[in-house]
Design a protein around this ligand. Structure first.
Ligand code: ADP
Length: 447
């Protein structure tokens, strides 16, 4: 087992990983920018190293400084959290070259899944259902037209190097296709330095359903069920549930089984999430994330398994603590992402939190790095906390969520708490009746 883990992140996820390390009796080192000297993860860690000025590229993305911090403190492993360097294959390779364990998959696995064309090809080879579309990159208009006619309009053109919902264009007919292809290519080239694009069928009313998987690095793979993350704004998840209100037990075990087998065949190590669009009872792979997700706590709530403990175990070579048959799904969980943003316009609202009071009681978990008197710096994302609620079933979970939202107090800044108080009383949400466009339509109506 590791002696000392360096946590290369900030905010709630740095604290999340820190808690797992403390439970396992592992020493912790955190890194931070000058803007985060007062952050909770810095206060609670055994050691901390300031690695640079506020901009992420000079601190949390600065590989050189982070490796130096490992060497100075003698850390033998790095947990990257999510975002920042968590899906950076070069970072994983550099750590390996320094005999420091990257708590995550190999650089090669990160690379394959980071390129969407390659990821889709790999998924298909492993028996995962994919969205019908081109086999690889498409450059010629003629070829694009032929493929689009074959799969049927509407189609979506996506950047192979894309991420964060950028570099996608929908074409509703052959007349739109030429412009869509050209715009997608030039946008992808400008944004990602790689203009490779591919075509797939555009699904009209899908849900976003993702499967949590784990590989032990020795050829064994398991799944921890799915999460439904259909409630999104600008491709950013807002509210996540486990399990999905749309799946039955048979569908769950079928798609979970396919994913677990794929992970085993890939020889994958650590946590991963296989993301699908789901429509009319069919799953369509869109991408795989090779890291811990923001929404992992809903899976922890219904399985009772600490996924960060598992990540650390697997990375140290100790394998998984559970077999597939040990993983049972118990009740229902919902996570609300609470952002320091205006709940109507979603403009960031940094500043000082004058008062912070979190809800408590049975089935309530709050993962947050902030506290009363904390000043939110303007340089990073606006997530200030996650409220995760668990109940024996979805109805109980919603009742408890409503009560917890009422108890939550964040003064001094604007937050998205009022949005969740509205959503929890909405009939479609109560019925679990929503797709990936639901939230944007709802917000447009509210304006
Ligand atoms: P990114 O890595 O940029 O987030 P994804 O491939 O995960 O890109 O897609 C992001 C979002 O774009 C999806 O959650 C979905 O809302 C939409 N999308 C992607 N592919 C399709 C498709 N084939 N049909 C309909 N919507 C899609």
């Amino acid at each position: 087992m590791f002696q000392k883990i360096l946590i290369a992140n900030r905010g709630e996820i740095a604290l999340r990983v820190l808690r797992a390390c403390k439970e396992l009796g592992i020493q912790t080192v955190v890194v931070h920018s000058t803007a985060d000297a007062d952050a909770m993860h810095v206060r609670l860690a055994d050691e901390s190293v300031c690695i640079g000025p506020p901009p992420s590229r000079d601190s949390y993305l600065n590989i050189h400084q982070i490796v130096a911090a490992c060497e100075i403190t003698g850390a033998d492993a790095v947990h990257p959290g999510y975002g920042f360097l968590s899906e950076n294959a070069k970072f994983a390779d550099i750590l390996a070259a320094h005999n420091i364990t990257f708590i995550g998959p190999t650089g090669d696995h990160i690379r394959v899944m980071g390129d969407k064309i390659e990821a889709k090809r790999t998924a298909k080879r492993l028996g995962i259902p994919v969205v019908p579309g081109s086999d690889g990159a498409v450059t010629e208009e003629k070829e694009a037209k032929r493929i689009a006619a074959e799969i049927g309009y509407p189609v979506i053109i996506k950047a192979s190097a894309g991420g964060g919902g950028r570099g996608m264009k929908v074409a509703h007919s052959e007349a739109d296709l030429e412009v869509a292809l050209q715009t997608a290519r030039s946008e992808a080239g400008a944004a990602f330095g790689d203009d490779a694009v591919y075509i797939e069928k555009y699904l009209q009313k899908p849900r976003h359903i993702e499967v949590q998987v784990f590989g032990d690095g020795f050829g064994r793979g398991v799944h921890f069920g799915e999460r439904d993350c259909s409630l999104q704004r600008r491709h950013q998840k807002v509210w996540e549930e486990a399990n999905s209100p749309a799946l039955n037990a048979e569908e769950r075990s079928r798609i979970g089984g396919i994913c677990a087998k794929a992970i085993a065949d890939l020889g994958y190590s650590g946590a991963g999430t296989i993301e699908f669009l789901y429509e009319n009872g069919e799953f369509y792979f869109i991408e795989m994330n090779t890291r811990l997700q923001v929404e992992h706590p809903v899976t922890e709530a219904i399985t009772g398994i600490d996924l960060v403990h598992e990540q650390i175990r697997v990375a140290s070579g100790g394998g998984l603590s559970v077999r597939q048959e040990d993983i049972k799904f118990n009740g229902h969980a919902i996570e609300c992402r609470i952002n320091a943003e205006d709940p109507r316009t979603f403009t960031p609202s940094p500043g000082t939190i004058t008062h912070f009071h979190t809800p408590g009681g049975l089935g309530i978990r709050v993962d947050s790095g902030v506290y009363s008197g904390y000043k939110i710096p303007p340089y990073y994302d606006s997530l200030i906390g996650k409220l995760i609620v668990h109940g024996r079933n979805r109805v109980e979970c919603m009742m408890r969520l409503r009560r917890a939202l009422d108890e939550f107090v964040v003064d001094g800044i604007k937050t998205t708490l009022p949005l969740f108080r509205d959503l929890v009383g909405n009939a479609d949400i109560a019925n679990g009746d929503y797709d990936i466009h639901w939230l944007e339509k709802y917000l447009a109506k509210e304006e």
